[in-house]
Design a protein around this ligand. Structure first.
Ligand code: KG4
Ligand code: ZN
Length: 334
């Protein structure tokens, strides 16, 4: 199909996002209504509030995406929507909007995995060369994913407890920083010194799994103990020490997996991919390597619908469409 046009819809968490993508890689529009302000005062995403905002925004955001791309529903070849994982009430809004549009305009439907979306955000900037390895780091996921071809994912390692973004947000909370805390820790880390000793969870020899809850607890204990002793801890030094521990483990395991599986490309994906320290450490680690390192631009790291349309494009091409039974699946596996 030449000039294939896909509409992507993403409502798995706290962004109502719709995008139009041509031939899987060319962004015609990218509209995001963020709810961060509404959730901030609760220190995290409140599922009921998220669903309600999605209901209020979804039609407006769809119309806006069409308008900015200067197209109508008649131009669209398929509608790709995040079916999971995520908050069930939030997912349901996107899935039902996609089904309604699909039915009303007779457009094929494609159910997309949110994490596949984060990986495919990279295809907007560079064509994939297989085999490739993707380090997925978001608020809900920390995974190393191996791909030999489009649309087929093999998880070779994952977190056994907290996701990286989750650890960032919890540490930020203990330092009384606003939600979402990741960017604040990142900023502080650059001002501080990694002078506080914190653990690194390497796990068993050869394992590509991760664990961040021990590190998170160590940070909380450090704060608590200092408080008890009436000592002052510099938040920026704690942030720098925490960030150093996280990055060391992430980069080291990614490098080792890239070598073991002889991949051609390494992709960074997910909200934590916006982390300056992580981006820099990966660039340094792969600077001498034959492997091509791809890091998405900041606006494609956090949740958006361009990435959903990008996955939808390859799935649609492979004939992997969904029917009207498509449903939100909060625990969907990659
Ligand atoms: O991918 P995403 O937008 O949503 C999920 O699918 O989870 O990721 C959101 C996560 C949050 O935990 C947020 O704190 C984190 O990404 N994050 C960062 C940075 N920017 C966003 N973490 C560390 N450093 C950053 N610069
Ligand atoms: Zn995400």
């Amino acid at each position: 199909l030449t000039n294939q046009i896909i509409m992507g819809i993403e409502t798995s968490c706290d962004e109502t996002a719709v995008a139009i993508v041509k031939n899987g890689r060319e962004v015609l529009s990218n509209v995001i209504a963020s709810q961060i302000e509404s959730h901030k005062r609760f220190g995290g995403v409140v599922p009921e509030i998220a669903s309600r905002h999605h209901v209020e925004e979804i039609t407006i955001v769809i119309e806006e995406a069409l308008k900015r791309a200067d197209i109508t529903f008649a131009d669209i070849d398929a509608i790709a929507v995040t079916e999971g994982p995520g908050l069930v009430g939030a997912l349901l809004v996107g899935v039902n909007a996609a089904k309604a549009v699909s039915f009303a305009h007779n457009i094929p439907l494609v159910g997309v995995h949110h994490i596949a979306g984060h990986i495919y955000a990279n295809r907007i900037i560079t064509e994939f060369t297989f085999p490739l390895l993707s380090l997925v780091v978001s608020g809900g996921h920390t995974e190393l994913v191996l791909m030999e071809e489009h649309g087929v994912y093999k998880v070779i390692g994952e977190t056994r407890d907290d996701a990286v973004g989750e650890a960032y947000d919890k540490v930020a909370r203990s330092l009384k920083l606003p939600y979402p805390g990741g960017p604040h820790i990142d900023r502080l880390a650059h001002e501080g010194e990694a002078s506080i000793k914190l653990p690194r969870a390497w796990l068993e020899e050869g394992s590509y799994d991760f664990s961040f809850s021990g590190l998170k607890s160590a940070v909380l204990n450090t704060l608590h103990n200092a408080d008890q002793r009436g000592e002052d801890i510099e938040p920026k030094d704690l942030a720098a020490s925490f960030q150093e521990s996280v990055i060391e483990v992430l980069v080291s395991k990614t490098k080792r997996a890239a070598e073991e599986f002889q991949v051609r490309q390494v992709l960074l994906a997910g909200g934590v991919a916006a982390n300056r320290g992580l981006r820099k450490a990966l660039e340094e680690s792969f600077s001498e390597s034959e492997v091509e390192l791809i890091i998405p631009p900041l606006e494609l790291c956090t949740d958006n619908a361009v990435m959903i349309a990008a996955v939808g494009s390859v799935m649609f091409e492979k004939g992997k469409t969904s029917d009207s039974r498509l449903n939100a699946n909060p625990g969907l596996e990659l």
